[in-house]
Design a protein around this ligand. Structure first.
Ligand SMILES: [Zn+2]
Length: 428
């Protein structure tokens, strides 16, 4: 009897323990006919005593050619919401199933019901993920450090302190040649806990899509906080089944409608600058991407995959018009980071070998001698903090440092064949 009591107490504590953190519920639902074009599920009771921040609702079916439309509605104390449709997720494809893009429910609910516009041949799985704030949640403050170090980020234990969002056990590694920018296609209100949003994406990718882990390598929220997804060097699931040779970063928001914040772009650029210098990715020009067989910019958007005949291109608009149109500025900004300049990512060896800068260190005048066949078109000077301080279109190859204070500078040379090389120069 004592043992039985102990087991009962243990079970109760196990259940309440499980509900202290975010958790998922799945409904494998059958529909019954109501009217000609309306097939309803039973009303499912939602029972949780824990206060959740929001619910993420999504759906999937193993019938890839399913063409029914699916809707859900919720109620609290018998007051029903209107029906809301779950539409096909055209941004993340999964070979064995068809997924329906998630939506978030912010209201407290006690019942949910599903509806289809026709009978389905295979049952459909509706997934509800309840985001519950963990007391040990550790949210980082936004940081604004401009360098090519890996910026501070919220790692998996930070956004999922319960340990219920594990990393995949056997990751595939890849050497990125391209950085792919995404959006999550969902906007959030002020005061949102984005660690919980990242948890909900992990659940959506793993338990709804059936992937091994959250699809992206990194995520950035509107406050400029960076979250580690699959992390550095791991092949993700984000670029329309052509993920080899890519790093995927998801900017949280819907940039078809919203505009990314300054903090977001700043964090995104810092993250990209680190990745570009770490993997020696030229962010400015296009180069060949093996898996898609396309010439793509070093920083590309998900939608740039649409013209590929490989993989599973989907006609996605990701990362949204208002973020996609910023990619040229992001390429240009990152290429001006002093750490990017000094890392010589895009230095052309032919040009570097032909250039001679003397004297170095210099007091006032320095000469740039080019023994190759090209001419010097443009010279940019950056200070040690990486800020571009002067751009010169030299008639002669003599640069004056007379009015510069003493210290370290970077001299970036562009020649008539559009090759660049960067030289460290000390002004005494
Ligand atoms: Zn995308």
């Amino acid at each position: 009897m004592k043992n039985l009591l102990f087991i009962v107490i243990f079970l109760i504590s196990l259940i309440s323990q499980a509900q202290q953190n975010s958790f998922g519920l799945e409904f494998n639902t059958n529909f019954h006919s109501k009217t000609k074009n309306e097939y309803l599920s039973i009303k499912h009771l939602i029972q949780t005593d824990k206060e959740y921040q929001f619910i993420t609702i999504s759906a999937y079916t193993f019938n890839k050619s399913e063409n029914a439309h699916f809707y859900y509605r919720t109620s609290i104390n018998g007051n029903w919401s209107s029906w809301d449709e779950l539409t096909e997720d055209i941004e993340s494809q999964t070979p064995d199933r068809k997924s329906y893009h998630f939506k978030h429910i912010y209201d407290t609910i006690d019942t949910i019901q599903f509806k289809a516009n026709k009978l389905t041949t295979e049952s459909i799985n509706f997934r509800l993920f309840f985001s519950i704030e963990d007391e040990t949640s550790n949210i980082l403050n936004p940081k604004d450090i401009l360098n090519c170090e890996l910026p501070n980020y919220c790692d998996r234990l930070c956004w999922c302190p319960s340990g219920n969002c594990p990393q995949q056990t056997n990751p595939t590694y890849t050497n990125p040649t391209h950085i792919i920018v995404h959006h999550s296609a969902t906007n959030y209100g002020s005061g949102t806990n984005y660690a919980l949003v990242v948890q909900s994406y992990w659940d959506y990718h793993v338990n709804n899509h059936g992937w091994s882990d959250i699809g992206y390598n990194w995520l950035v929220d509107p406050n400029g906080i960076i979250y580690e997804g699959r992390g550095d060097g791991v092949q993700g699931a984000h670029f329309s089944c052509m993920n080899s040779g890519t790093m995927g970063v998801c900017v949280i928001g819907n940039f078809e409608s919203a505009t990314p914040t300054y903090e977001t772009i700043s964090a995104l650029e810092n993250l990209i600058a680190w990745e570009a210098t770490d993997k020696e990715i030229d962010v400015v020009t296009t180069h060949y991407h093996q898996a898609s067989q396309l010439d793509l910019y070093g920083i590309s958007g998900h939608r740039d995959s649409n013209s590929s005949t490989q993989g599973c291109p989907s006609g996605t608009v990701c990362p949204g018009a208002n973020l996609y149109s910023l990619l040229p500025d992001i390429r240009s900004d990152v290429s001006d980071f002093p750490c990017y300049v000094s890392a010589n990512v895009i230095d052309n060896l032919d040009l570097s070998n032909f250039l001679k800068v003397y004297p170095n260190p210099t007091f006032d005048i320095t000469n740039i001698e080019n023994s190759g066949n090209s001419s010097i078109k443009e010279v940019s000077i950056y200070n040690s903090l990486g800020i571009k301080i002067k751009k010169i279109y030299p008639i002669t190859n003599t640069i004056s440092f007379t009015n510069f204070s003493s210290g370290l500078y970077f001299v970036k040379v562009l020649d008539s064949e559009n090759r660049t090389a960067t030289i460290k120069l000390v002004k005494e």
